[in-house]
Design a protein. Structure first.
Length: 238
């Protein structure tokens, strides 16, 4: 593989629980297979659990596992919230302030590590509020990084995917690609739904993830499998 310039992507989803962390980890894994150094960031995480080392989030810990540079947990997840609700609500309840400028500064500091690939995972969907003035999408705008959209394939996914993509395009942010993650095992016409999105969304499909069921004891295997689908060179120009 030819030398690749450091590149950063912001991963968002059509909703919460659609597999953003799974996809983010798989992209990092695929990049490592191509010989790239990697950094995975989760700037804001809700639903954290108390540990002797402080609040920890399972998604952020998974990203840390696939981060090849020696970053502290606090660099990967600078804002940890205990309540498993929308971040701005959790922050209000916990007496914390989510500041866009601070998050941008933290992300830029990590980006200056100059990993071959940096993935910044959002929380929930594209228009999740950060505070009274900003959305988490404003972080992607401030950082001027392209977006990868994870689409949860279930009833209603065409509308959710196209509306989200339209908003991303409308915000002036490049949509580098999208990933189809099948969430409902009994969903009818899966292929037709994915085809409908693919022909209209205006970005390449980077991977298609079949329904996985319970991944408790096989998360690593699933990530390795998804990573095998992702052609890093297709969206990471040299």
């Amino acid at each position: 593989m030819s030398a690749v310039k450091p590149r950063t992507f912001f991963v968002t989803g059509t909703d919460t629980g659609v597999g953003k962390t799974l996809v983010s980890a798989a992209i990092l894994c695929a990049a490592q297979r191509h010989g790239l150094t990697t950094v995975g960031l989760k700037p804001v995480a809700a639903g954290c659990e108390g540990t002797p080392a402080g609040l920890r989030n399972d998604d952020a810990l998974l990203l840390q596992k696939y981060t090849s540079l020696p970053l502290l947990y606090e660099q990967i997840n600078p804002v940890s919230l205990r309540l498993a609700v929308a971040p701005h609500i959790a922050a209000e309840q916990e007496g914390k302030r989510l500041d866009l400028s601070r998050l941008e500064g933290i992300c830029r500091a990590s980006m200056m590590q100059r990993a071959g690939l940096t993935v910044i995972e959002g929380a929930g969907g594209w228009r999740v509020p950060l505070n009274a003035r900003h959305f988490l999408s404003d972080l992607a705008l401030a950082l001027k990084v392209p977006v990868i959209l994870v689409v949860g394939i279930r009833l209603g996914c065409i509308n959710h995917a196209l509306l989200t993509a339209q908003t991303i395009h409308g915000d002036g942010v490049p949509l580098a690609g999208w990933v189809a993650n099948v969430l409902e095992p009994e969903m009818a016409f899966v292929d037709e739904n994915i085809a409908a999105i693919e022909s209209r969304i205006g970005a390449p499909c980077l991977a298609r993830i079949p329904h996985q069921g319970d991944m408790t004891d096989r998360v690593g295997d699933v990530i390795e499998s998804i990573a095998g689908q992702i052609d890093v060179e297709s969206f990471l120009p040299g």
